[in-house]
Design a protein around this ligand. Structure first.
Ligand SMILES: C[S@@+](CC[C@H](N)C(=O)[O-])C[C@H]1O[C@@H](n2cnc3c(N)ncnc32)[C@H](O)[C@@H]1O
Ligand code: SF4
Ligand code: SF4
Length: 343
C-alpha cells in the first residue's frame, strides 16, 4: 500500500526579531550557517512540483518559521505552491502585514492566514511576546487582510499558558463575534522552542517557563471552552477530543496518552530552512530535499523506514501529538482515528 502524504510543513527561515518567552527560534537562527546551505527558491519550486505529483489538488502546505514573512522570496515561494494547485496556509505574528503585503498575499493565492494572538486584550499578549506593541501590530494585520484580501480566512492561534488562562474564553468569544476572524485554534504550551531543556522541563522555575501550575483551574477553563463548543456558541477549530487531550496533557505532559501509537510516521513531513526533512521533530532527519526527492524521503528511503520503526516504538508522548499533528487532519473527524488507544 502506498502511504498517503497528509501534510507538508515548511519553515523557510527561523529568523525572527521577537523574543517571545516560550520561543527562542529567532535566537537560534544565528547558529545556522548562512549562504548555500539555506534553501533557495529553486529548492521550493522542485519540492512543490514533487509534492503535487504525490497528492490531490488543494493539499495543504503549512508555512511557518521563525517569522515566515522575513524570508526574502516568500511571495514567490507561496506562488510556487499555488501554481501547483496546493493550498497554502501561513502562520505569522502579523507584524509585517501592511496593506501592500496583504494585497501581495492575496495575489500569491494564500488560502488561509493564521495569526498568533494570545489574548483579545493587549496586556497578556505583549507580556508573553515580550514586545510592547506586538498586539497592536497583530490586530492591524487582521484589519489590513480584511480590507485588502477579504476572501482569505483568518484564524487566530492561541497557545494555552499560565499568562493567558484568564483570557481564553474571551479569545473564543472574540474570534466568534469578530466578522474579520474565522475562529480560534488553541495550542498547548510546550518546552521553549529551540532551547535544550531537562526532561521534566515544566517543573523548572523560570519566568519564561509559562507552564500553568494550577491544574484544576486549567481544567475548568478548558471545560468551559468544551461546553461552549459543544453548544455551538464559539468558533473553536480544535476537535472536542483534542481539547480533552489538552486537559490530560496539562495534568501530566509526560503521560497524557497511555498505550499510544504515535502516528507521526503516517502523517507528513516537516522541512527546515536547510532542507532537512523530519517525520518527528524530536528525531534525526530522514534526508534533505536538496539531495533526495520527496518520494524517497516519504516512501522509499532506508532512513525513512528506520525512522518509522523508531516512531512506532516511541513510548514518550510529546506535545507534537497535540500541536503539530493537527495540521495533518484536513477533516477533524480523523483526529481520533490516528491516535486510537486513549486513556
Ligand atoms: C514558532 S511560531 C512561527 C510563526 C510566527 N512567527 C508566529 O509567531 O506565529 C508558530 C507557532 O508556535 C507557537 N509557539 C511558539 N513557542 C511555543 C511553545 N513553546 N509551545 C507552544 N507553542 C509555541 C507560536 O505561538 C505560534 O503560534
Ligand atoms: S513565536 Fe513566532 S514571533 Fe515569537 S519568537 Fe517565535 S517565531 Fe518569533
Ligand atoms: S510521540 Fe514520540 S515519535 Fe511521536 S512525535 Fe513525539 S517524540 Fe516523536
Amino acid at each position: 500500500m502506498v502511504m498517503r502524504l497528509r501534510s507538508l510543513a515548511v519553515n523557510p527561515t527561523l529568523k525572527c526579531w521577537y523574543k517571545c518567552r516560550y520561543c527562542k527560534l529567532g535566537v537560534m537562527e544565528h547558529n545556522i550557517p548562512e549562504g548555500d546551505a539555506m534553501l533557495e527558491f529553486s529548492d521550493f519550486e522542485r519540492l512543490f512540483r514533487q509534492t503535487r505529483e504525490m497528492v490531490e489538488p488543494s493539499f495543504q502546505v503549512h508555512i511557518a518559521g521563525g517569522e515566515p514573512l522575513l524570508y526574502p522570496r516568500i511571495l514567490d515561494v507561496i506562488r510556487a505552491a499555488t501554481d501547483n494547485e496546493l493550498d497554502v496556509q501561513i502562520v505569522t505574528n502579523g507584524a509585517l502585514i501592511n496593506k501592500r503585503k496583504a494585497r501581495d498575499l492575496r495575489k500569491a493565492g494564500v488560502a488561509r492566514v493564521g495569526i498568533s494572538i494570545e489574548s483579545r486584550d493587549a496586556m497578556p499578549h505583549d507580556r508573553i511576546r515580550d514586545e510592547p506593541g506586538s498586539h497592536q501590530a497583530a490586530i492591524r494585520a487582521i484589519q489590513h487582510l480584511s480590507d485588502e484580501a477579504p476572501e482569505i480566512p483568518i484564524q487566530v492561534l492561541t497557545i494555552i499558558n499560565r499568562m493567558n488562562l484568564d483570557f481564553l474564553v474571551d479569545v473564543a468569544e472574540w474570534a466568534t463575534e469578530d466578522p474579520r476572524i474565522s475562529g480560534v485554534t488553541f495550542g498547548a504550551l510546550s518546552q521553549i522552542f529551540a532551547e535544550m531543556m531537562p526532561p521534566r522541563w515544566w517543573e523548572v522555575e523560570r519566568p519564561d517557563v509559562l507552564w500553568p501550575r494550577d491544574t484544576e483551574y486549567v481544567h475548568a477553563v478548558i471545560d468551559e471552552l468544551i461546553e461552549r463548543k459543544r453548544n455551538d456558541l464559539v468558533s473553536i477549530g480544535n476537535p472536542i477530543e483534542e481539547l480533552r487531550d489538552y486537559k490530560r496533557y496539562f495534568t501530566d505532559p509526560s503521560n497524557f496518552l497511555t498505550d499510544f501509537t504515535c502516528p507521526a510516521g503516517e502523517l507528513g513531513i516537516y522541512i527546515d530552512p536547510l532542507g532537512y526533512a523530519q517525520l518527528c521533530g524530536s528525531m534525526p532527519p530522514v534526508g534533505n530535499i536538496k539531495t533526495s526527492s520527496l518520494e524517497e524521503l516519504w516512501l522509499t528511503g532506508e532512513e525513512t523506514a528506520r525512522r518509522r520503526a523508531e516512531i512506532l516504538a516511541c513510548k514518550s508522548p510529546c506535545h507534537q501529538l497535540l500541536n503539530c499533528h493537527r495540521c495533518a487532519f484536513q477533516d477533524s473527524s480523523e483526529y481520533d482515528s490516528v491516535t486510537p488507544q486513549r486513556l
